[in-house]
Design a protein around this ligand. Structure first.
Ligand code: MTE
Ligand code: LUZ
Ligand code: MOS
Length: 751
């Protein structure tokens, strides 16, 4: 089935926040933010700014009726700075004017006097000064300290991965409209309408019931709008509350890049021990997460780094500790993979390091230690449906790994200016919010009296196709034409207390809630049909809009049945509720079953490095991915391609730079490079693994949003291998992204 948004996307008719027709009298906001990364406000002078044409008001923390607090996990972040400044771009005041341009012009006239303190930008430096978001967490299995004695080989090193800008095409924004009796309606480009509603209620000192948040779709979120869409919506609502006028707010690209957090940079130490026959006996690592100036989602992201710190390998003795380090950068946040990629990069770096020292291909180590059915992970969950060994075998045969290895050797022997490298990257990614209570969702399904159907859920459509999948669920349950079904906007008045659409769970959780609601409606309809035929409801079914009895078509159609049921006063509306069974987690011992299931897959990446220029091309990425029983292969393959390229960007060219004063240097698209059509792999081949799926996935179609991002990690190690083929002396401590500059240095460095 086609993505239901494809036609309106292609014809430019899809409605995003900035396309919503504005009401007469709408005002526009721009944020005045901290020019320094660390310090204190001495004085603020708005006199000149207020004199600028069109300026209506300048809002500060003093205008807040409720709490000046937006922290989601910990209450450690002010909406508008009161005195202390913790990062460059931290909001201080909101300028409201008749036009957007007037708001921008006026904010330049604000005068700030401040005292500046030394900024911390480095995670290890923060940890050394005990500047932490929370106490460290440690995952333990077996006994590493004893295990080192049993190791034949031990290697120690360091692995660093940098942040990543979300670069959603649609920047952050919101539009708040005051309604009667001090109620407010907010249109927001958010993955979490309930977070917007909850935080805004707290800041404005009104009830959540006074606020309606509505989301049609996002032009991308990638985690960047899981938590960080909220402040802008709250500021717009604050303006609407104070001025009794609609207030609209869309960040321009530079403001968005400067003011919002990104993927967390990680800096880690590792120690890996192997037996003589290359089994991993022990793995120890310490990760330093650069959280930025406030907690945001960092504690949960740190957790996922720990969960995925051994990636796809069985390691009997592990001890991994992670520090969430408080620095003077914008608070870093969710980004596709949510700390998982950072955790996996460390173990992959350790394996590549060991393989180099042992002079064997890394894949031999990876393969030898691959997770298999029943293996217990460091957090206590056992591998179920563990098809990674089968996936590995399939890939090796299908794409003839042996010949790729031989061809690479031959090419490298015959070429001095170009070198090839390849790598394998297995992925094992847990599906569920690691905070168990978040794994719930609701769906409100109406069957209208003409037989058409409206569905509201808590899921946010951000390009990943969740609405199409939910629609497919209803089509399957009712066996009606897709044209009869409409996916409504996501609205807190129709579906309350939603979890963010995140953790790749959007289709599973909201799809299951929809399935439950549709099945309840179907049961009522069958009863109604059975009554009119004088038969048992169990013998009734619906196929292609025709009602069947004992497998034989009757002359009753879907619309006739709905008409009849309505006249019989049958309830044609249902609210489905789903909460993931089985899962639980005990943080005090760091053990439990946090995930409903795991998604598995493997990528084979081949690259060619130009050893004169340091440039490289990704020749091919061949993937075997566990989709379960894919509901929509077109959407799912698209998710794999998009995630792969996003992962490659993180590992190769996307380079976030702050200076020592915490100023973002890569704040434009001329200084921050993301993959374009010329830099994507020349060939991407995706195949589905033979997989049973799982009952925890919607109609056995496994979650797909995040796991394939981690295939991109393979590119890093393929490039490293090619560089080493040219310069065997290159030390190449793992430090992503592997930019062209770093490749060039590696090619010609002699240590
Ligand atoms: N795909 C598109 N096109 N745009 C996005 O913003 N976000 C990703 C992924 N795929 C994203 C995307 C992230 S971070 C997540 S968690 C999932 O989609 C969320 O959607 P799902 O739970 O419905 O898979
Ligand atoms: N968000 C969250 C997530 O709150 N918890 C998670 O476990 C998670 N995982 C991935 C992406 N977002
Ligand atoms: Mo995705 S990082 O869970 O929004």
């Amino acid at each position: 089935m086609k993505n239901i948004d494809s036609k309106s996307h292609v014809t430019g008719k899809s409605i995003y926040l900035d396309d919503i027709p504005t009401l007469q009298g709408t005002l526009y906001a721009a944020v005045y933010s901290s020019p320094i990364a660390h310090g204190e406000i001495q004085s603020l002078d708005f006199a000149q700014a207020l004199d600028m044409p069109g300026v209506v008001s300048i809002i500060t923390h003093k205008d807040i009726a409720g709490e000046n607090q937006i922290g989601g996990i910990f209450p450690d972040e002010e909406l508008l700075a009161e005195k202390e400044l913790h990062f460059q771009g931290q909001p201080i005041a909101v300028v409201i004017a008749d036009t957007e341009q007037q708001a921008f012009d006026a904010r330049k006239k604000i005068e700030l006097e401040y005292i500046e303190h030394k900024a911390i930008v480095d995670a290890r430096e923060a940890q050394a000064q005990n500047s932490l978001i929370m106490p460290p967490r440690t995952f333990r299995k077996g006994d590493v300290n004893k295990a080192w004695q049993d190791c034949e080989y031990i290697f120690e090193g360091r692995a660093q991965s940098n942040g990543q800008e979300h670069l959603y095409l649609e920047t952050q924004g919101a539009y708040a409209i005051p309604l009667e009796n001090d109620n407010i309606k907010i249109y927001s480009s958010t993955q979490s309408p309930t977070a917007v509603q909850r935080t805004t209620a707290k800041v404005l000192n009104i009830g959540m019931h006074n606020i309606e948040v509505d989301v049609q779709r996002l032009g991308g979120g990638f985690g960047g709008k899981e938590d960080q869409a909220t402040p802008w919506a709250t500021m717009a609502a604050l303006g609407a509350q104070l001025l009794k006028k609609p207030v609209k707010f869309v960040l321009n690209r530079i403001d968005d890049m400067r003011m919002t957090g990104k993927r967390h940079p990680y800096d880690s130490d590792y120690k890996i021990g192997l037996s003589k026959d290359l089994k991993i006996i022990a793995f120890e690592s310490t990760m330093y997460q650069n959280a930025g100036a406030a907690a945001d989602l960092s504690p949960a992201i740190l957790g996922r780094s720990l969960f995925h710190s051994t990636n796809s390998y069985y390691i009997p003795n592990t001890q991994v500790t992670a520090y969430s380090c408080k620095t003077n950068l914008p608070p870093n946040t969710a980004f596709r993979g949510f700390g998982g990629p950072q955790g996996m990069f460390v173990i992959e770096s350790a394996l590549a390091h060991a393989a180099k020292e042992l002079n064997i291909p890394t894949y031999k180590l990876q393969h030898k230690n691959l997770l298999k059915e029943g293996d217990e992970l460091p957090y206590g969950q056992k591998i179920e449906g563990g098809i990674l060994p089968q996936i590995w075998r399939k890939l090796v045969h299908k794409h003839d790994l042996q010949s790729i290895e031989n061809q690479t050797d031959i090419f490298n022997k015959n070429n001095s200016n170009f070198k090839k490298g390849f790598s394998l990257m297995p992925v094992t990614f847990g599906i569920s919010f690691t905070k168990t209570p978040m794994n719930q969702a609701r769906a409100l399904v109406h069957i209208y009296s003409d037989g058409s159907i409206g569905i509201s859920t808590g899921a946010i459509e951000m390009g990943q196709g969740v609405n199409t999948k939910i629609l497919q669920v209803a089509v399957q349950v009712f066996s009606v034409s897709a044209d009869r079904i409409k996916l409504e906007s996501t609205n807190t008045t129709r579906v309350a207390n939603t979890s963010p659409t995140a953790a790749s769970t959007g289709a599973d959780l909201n799809g299951k809630a929809t399935e439950i609601a549709c099945n309840a409606l179907l049961a009522r309809l069958k009863t109604s049909a059975a009554k009119s035929f004088g038969v048992s409801p169990d013998d009734i079914s619906i196929k292609n809009e025709v009602i069947y009895h004992l497998g034989k078509a009757t002359d009753m159609t879907w619309t006739q049945l709905i008409d009849q049921a309505f006249l019989e006063r049958v309830n044609l509306t249902e609210n489905g509720h789903y909460s993931t069974p089985v899962i639980h987690y005990d943080m005090s011992i760091e053990k439990g079953i946090p995930f409903a299931y795991h998604v598995y897959g493997l990528a084979l990446t081949e690259v060619t490095v130009d050893c004169i220029r340091g440039t490289y091309e990704i020749d091919s990425v061949k993937i075997i991915h566990d989709f379960g029983k894919s509901l929509n292969p077109t959407i799912d393959f698209g998710q794999v391609e998009g995630a792969l390229v996003q992962g490659i960007g993180w590992m190769t060219m996307e380079e976030i730079r702050y200076n020592d004063q915490g100023r973002l240097l890569s704040s434009t698209l001329s200084t921050y490079k993301i993959p374009d059509i010329y830099s994507v792999p020349k060939e991407i081949i995706i195949n589905a693994a033979q997989s049973e799926g799982t009952d925890f996935a919607i109609l056995k179609s496994k979650a797909v949003g995040e796991p394939p991002l981690m295939y991109g990690i393979g590119t890093y190690f393929a490039i490293a291998q090619a560089v080493r083929a040219f310069n065997p002396k290159a030390k190449l401590e793992a430090n992503a992204p592997f930019t062209v500059e770093k490749v060039l240095m590696g090619l010609y460095a002699d240590n």
